[in-house]
Design a protein around this ligand. Structure first.
Ligand SMILES: [Zn+2]
Length: 124
């Protein structure tokens, strides 16, 4: 449950930050005419805010991977909570990838969610 919320948060956080910065840009643009130092302050705040955004991304993704590793360690899928449904899937990019038989989600050994690889011979 916590894992799914965390995964959803990590998926949508980038878009949320994008819209936050877009709103800040509009506000800064309006401030140029009303209160110019405010626009400068907002720009500096935005630049410093990148450090905060980066920290949130690193911490939340590491929590997600930690929860996924724990769940996979006891043979439970972190996404659909089904037991003992994992099968090893060959992968070019990762050294060890397991796939869930219940929901089809792939995980690499570090707990990161992996997108299914496209068959290189499928498209021509
Ligand atoms: Zn699953």
């Amino acid at each position: 449950m916590i894992y799914r919320l965390l995964a959803k948060f990590n998926d949508d956080f980038g878009l949320f930050v994008f819209f936050l910065y877009l709103a800040a840009f509009v506000l800064a643009f309006l401030m140029v005419f009303i209160f110019p130092p405010g626009a400068l302050a907002l720009m500096l705040l935005g630049l410093i805010g990148f450090v905060g955004v980066w920290a949130v991304v690193v911490v939340m993704r590491s929590f997600e991977r930690l929860l996924a590793r724990k769940a996979i360690g006891v043979n439970r899928c972190p996404c659909c909570s089904k037991d003992s449904v994992f099968s090893l899937t060959p992968s070019v990019e990762w050294d060890s990838v397991v796939s869930c038989g219940g929901c089809g989600q792939l995980f690499e050994s570090g707990g990161r969610r992996v997108q299914p690889e496209e068959d290189p011979e499928a498209d021509d």
